[in-house]
Design a protein around this ligand. Sequence first.
Ligand SMILES: [Zn+2]
Length: 231
Amino acid sequence: MSPRKHKAPTVATPSAQAQASVAPKALRRRGTRAVPAAAPRDATAPDMSQAALEQFTLGLPPRTLVAPNFRLYELTRSDLADRLGIDNGFETVAQLRVAVHLARNVLQPVRNAFGPFTPNSVFRSQNLERALKKKPSTWLSTSQHATGEACDIEIVGMATLELAAWARDHLADFDQIICECYDPAKGPNSGWVHISLKPPGSGANRKQCLSYVRDTSSGRLVYVHGLTAMT
Ligand SMILES: [Zn+2]
C-alpha cells in the first residue's frame, strides 16, 4: 500500500513580497508577551568551555559548560551511583581537570562528528568502582576512570567497532581505545568504546588499541590487541 498523500494546506497566505514586508511588524504585535531578543543567561551554568584547566575548582555548579557541548555533571553521572546512593563527585581538583581535558579532546571531537550524545561513564570514584566490580572496601581501583582519564561511550545506531576505529583514526591523541564486549549478533550498540587520555604533564599517551572479548576456549573475557568484535 502506498503511503497516504498529505493534502497541501489550504490556508491563504499573502504573496512572498507582502509577507516579507509585514511579517516583522506582525510578529511584534502578536500576543501580549514580547519575544526576548536572546535566551536569558543561565546564572547557574557558567560557560567555562574556553577556560584554562587551572581555573577549574571543586564546587562549580553541575551545569557548568566545560567544553562547547558538555556540562560538568556529565563527567560524574552514574545510574549505578544513583541507585546505590554513592556520591560520585570529584574528590580532588586534579580529577576534575583531567576529566575536563578528556571532555575537550575526546568527547567533543566525537560530538562534532556524530552529534549530541552523553557519555555512559567518565569519572568513577573508588566507592563506585568497588560497587561496580564487587570488591571489598580495602580494594583500590587502578582504572583510568578513577583518575578522570577515561570515558565509556557509544553512539546510537553506530556499530561499536566502527566508533572505536573512528576514534583511532581521528582523535589527535589517546592513551587507550578499547572496544569492549561488542557482539554484532546483539546489534550495533552492544558493548561500548572505552577511551582514555592522559592529561598534559603526565607522560606520553600510549596510543594502544585493544578489545575486551570472550576467549572461545576458556569462555572468559580477555583483553586482546587490536580492535575486534566478539566471535
Ligand atoms: Zn571504561
